[in-house]
Design a protein around this ligand. Structure first.
Ligand SMILES: Nc1ncnc2c1ncn2[C@@H]1O[C@H](COP(=O)(O)OP(=O)(O)O[C@H]2O[C@H](CO)[C@@H](O)[C@H](O)[C@H]2O)[C@@H](O)[C@H]1O
Length: 484
C-alpha cells in the first residue's frame, strides 16, 4: 500500500510537541511492514534551520502551482527531502513565503488560512506529481479539512476520489474553530455549513469535518478513544464521535527506539543500560552541575511539558508549597501560559537549591533530564497518549502520572508485594491524590530493592512502534475497504 502522511509538524524538520515525534517515527516502522510512505508538511522556516543539525538536504521538485478553488492568488512550490533514519520515506515540503516563513511553526499571517492553504496544496501536489496513493493519513485539525475536500470539492476527481482517508486525533483540545467566512476562502460548498457538516455553534470546526468525513478515525491510545466519547472528555465533540464510533479506533503511540535509547543517545552525558544502571547517577550528577543545583543524592523529579491547562498544572499549583518541604530537587523544562511560567519562576526564586526552572524549548536538555532525573511528573487532566512518560520509562526514570488516556495504558501502579508495575499514579483529578502519589514515589526511592525493581520494570516495558505499526496497517486496510 502507498501512504501519504500529512502533518503540520514533523520531527526532526520542525517540532512543537508530540505530534511531530509520532509523524517522524511511525513512517519508519510502517516501512518495515512493507508500506511505501511519503510525508507532506509545510516548508517552515525551522526546516532550513534544522537542516545542518540533522544533515538533510532539500531539492526543488516543482514550482508555481496554484489552487483554483481558494480565494487567494498565492501559489506554492514543492521541495523534497528524506526522513533521516528511513530507507525510502520522501518528505515533500509545501513552500509558500507568505504563509510559512514565520520564525515559529504556529505563527504567521493567519493560522486558519495557513491550514486551509496547506491542506488544499497537498491535494493539488498529489495531482501535480501524479502520485497514486491508497491512503491519505491526516493528523489533527490543521490537516482535517483534507477528508472534507476529498468528499466535496474533489469527489468527482478521477484519481483523488479513490484515495481513502484516515484521521488521527492527537489532541481533541485543539479543533481549529474559526469564523464561518473562511468557508469562502477555502472554496467549500455552502451546504457544508450545517450540523451534519463543519458548522459548530455558529462557527466552523475543522476537526469536526475530519471526524465526519474521514473513512476511519483513530486516536493515540485505547483509553482516550473511549474517553472522548463521553461528555467529560469530549470537548463538545463527543456526540459527533459517538456517531462515528463504529469507525473510531485507539492505537497506542510507540517511541522511536533508535532515537530514544540510553545506550546510544549522544545527547546525554553518559550512556547506560539496565546492566550498567549505576551510570544513570552520573547523568544526574552532571545535570545538577549544568543546572547549578547542589550535587547531592536526593530524589530528582523531572518535568518536560508544554505549560498549558491540559497538563495538570492547576492541581500542581495547589501543592507545590508542600512538595517543597521534601528533600528533593525538581527540574522543569517547558514553555507556555504566563500564569504557569510565573508559578515556576517564583518557586525557583524561593527555593534555588531545590528548583531548576528552564522556560525554553531545548531537545538536548530534555534528553539529559529524561536520563538524569529519578522520577518524571505528568499529572495531566487529560492525555491522549503522552510521550514524556514513555521516554522516561525507557531511560529508567519512574513516572508519576494521573491515570488517564495513554498514561493509564502505559503506566502501571507499583505493587510492592509482587514487585510488578512501573510507576505511580492517581485517578481523581485532585491535588491531594497527586501529593499522595508523589509521597509514595519518594518513599520507595529510599527502598532500594523496590526502586531497582521499578527501574527494571520501567526499562523493560514494551513501548516500541512495531506492534502499533501493525495496527495502523490494519486501519489502512479498513479505510481502503470503504472506498472500493
Ligand atoms: N520545552 C521543551 N523542550 C524540549 N522538548 C519539549 C519541551 N516541551 C515538550 N517537549 C517535548 O515534546 C513532546 C511532548 O509530547 P507529549 O506526547 O507528551 O505531549 P503533546 O501534548 O505535545 O502531544 C499531543 O500529541 C501526542 C502525540 O500523539 C500525544 O502523545 C499527546 O498525548 C498529545 O497531547 C515530548 O517529546 C517532550 O519531550
Amino acid at each position: 500500500m502507498k501512504i501519504a502522511m500529512v502533518s503540520y509538524e514533523v520531527y526532526p524538520f520542525a517540532k512543537v510537541g508530540g505530534l511531530a515525534d509520532v509523524v517522524g517515527a511511525l513512517p519508519k516502522y510502517l516501512e518495515k511492514q512493507g508500506m511505501a510512505v511519503d510525508i507532506f508538511m509545510p516548508y517552515h522556516k525551522k526546516v532550513d534551520e534544522n537542516s545542518s543539525k540533522f544533515g538533510y538536504t532539500i531539492e526543488k521538485v516543482s514550482e508555481g502551482i496554484s489552487i483554483p478553488h481558494l480565494l487567494t492568488e498565492e501559489k506554492f512550490d514543492i521541495y523534497r527531502t528524506s526522513l533521516p533514519g528511513s530507507k525510502n520515506v520522501n518528505v515533500f515540503l509545501i513552500a509558500n513565503r507568505y504563509y510559512f516563513s514565520a520564525d515559529e511553526v504556529y505563527q504567521g499571517p493567519d493560522l486558519a488560512e495557513q491550514a486551509i492553504f496547506f491542506s488544499a496544496a497537498v491535494l493539488e501536489a498529489i495531482k501535480k506529481l501524479d502520485f497514486r496513493y491508497d491512503i491519505i493519513h491526516v493528523n489533527d485539525w490543521q490537516t482535517a479539512l483534507i477528508p472534507v475536500y476529498l468528499k466535496s470539492v474533489y469527489k468527482n476527481d478521477e484519481k483523488l476520489s479513490k484515495i481513502a482517508s484516515v484521521l488521527t486525533i492527537h489532541n481533541l483540545g485543539y479543533q481549529g474553530i474559526f469564523e464561518p467566512s473562511y468557508m469562502k476562502f477555502a472554496g467549500l460548498p455552502e451546504y457544508l455549513f450545517s450540523i451534519d457538516g463543519i458548522e459548530f455553534y455558529g462557527n466552523i470546526n475543522f476537526l469536526k469535518g475530519g471526524i465526519l468525513f474521514a473513512d476511519v478515525i483513530n486516536t493515540v491510545s485505547p483509553t482516550y478513544a473511549r474517553e472522548i466519547q463521553t461528555k467529560e472528555y469530549g470537548e463538545k465533540l463527543d456526540g459527533v464521535l459517538r456517531v462515528r464510533s463504529a469507525d473510531l479506533y485507539g492505537i497506542l503511540n510507540g517511541i522511536d527506539y533508535e532515537e530514544y535509547n540510553p545506550e546510544t543517545d549522544k545527547r546525554i552525558y553518559v550512556n547506560y543500560n539496565l546492566e550498567t544502571i549505576e551510570k544513570k547517577k552520573e547523568n544526574k550528577r552532571l545535570l545538577q552541575r549544568e543546572l547549578g543545583l547542589p550535587a547531592r543524592d536526593v530524589p530528582m523529579i523531572g518535568m518536560i511539558n508544554r505549560l498549558v491547562d491540559q497538563k495538570g498544572l492547576d492541581i500542581m499549583a495547589e501543592i507545590m508549597d508542600y512538595v517543597s518541604l521534601f528533600d528533593i530537587q525538581f527540574v522543569l523544562l517547558g514553555t507556555g501560559e504566563e500564569k504557569y511560567e510565573n508559578m515556576f519562576k517564583k518557586l525557583g526564586e524561593r527555593y534555588p537549591e531545590k528548583y531548576s526552572i528552564n522556560l525554553k524549548f531545548d531537545v538536548v536538555l530534555a534528553q539529559k533530564i529524561y536520563a538524569g532525573a529519578d522520577m518524571f511528573l505528568m499529572p495531566s487532566k487529560y492525555e491522549p497518549c503522552g510521550l514524556g512518560q514513555m521516554y522516561s520509562l525507557r531511560y529508567g526514570t519512574i513516572p508519576i502520572v494521573r491515570y488517564t488516556g495513554g498514561l493509564a495504558d502505559t503506566v502501571k501502579e507499583y505493587n510492592p508485594e509482587t514487585k510488578e508495575g512501573n510507576g505511580f499514579g492517581f485517578e481523581p483529578y485532585d491535588s491531594a491524590y497527586l501529593l499522595k502519589a508523589i509521597a509514595k514515589a519518594l518513599y520507595y526511592y529510599n527502598e532500594k530493592e523496590h526502586w531497582n525493581a521499578l527501574i527494571k520494570n520501567a526499562m523493560t516495558t514494551d513501548l516500541s512502534w512495531d506492534n502499533s505499526a501493525k495496527e495502523y496497517v490494519k486501519l489502512y486496510q479498513r479505510a481502503k475497504s470503504k472506498i472500493q
